[in-house]
Design a binder for this molecule. Structure first.
Ligand SMILES: [Zn+2]
Length: 90
């Protein structure tokens, strides 16, 4: 088998922009009226997806304007990708 790729989530693609996990929370929580925010960003996104009728397991079934898609650490281009909102590098 090949070297396993990183499965660490670095950021999200949303509306064709790179958005860091902290900023994606701030977008998703009020938009989907998430009540319980004391948990992981991924858990919040799972709830938002079920509200939106999005199947996160099948990323071909939606586009980044409909729902954020995961960007893994190995997919980040150092020095090029930064959060669209806070400008931090993921
Ligand atoms: Zn950010």
């Amino acid at each position: 088998m090949d070297q396993p790729k990183s499965t660490k989530i670095a950021a999200y693609f949303y509306g064709e922009q790179v958005v860091c996990p902290k900023c994606i929370r701030e977008l998703v929580v009020p938009f989907y009226r998430i009540a319980d925010t004391g948990r992981t960003t991924e858990s919040i996104l799972d709830e938002a997806a079920s509200v939106a009728g999005i199947d996160r397991a099948d990323e071909t079934s939606f586009n980044t304007r409909q729902f954020p898609k995961v960007i893994y650490q190995h997919e980040i281009i150092k020095g090029l990708d930064s959060c669209y909102l806070c400008l931090r590098e993921p």
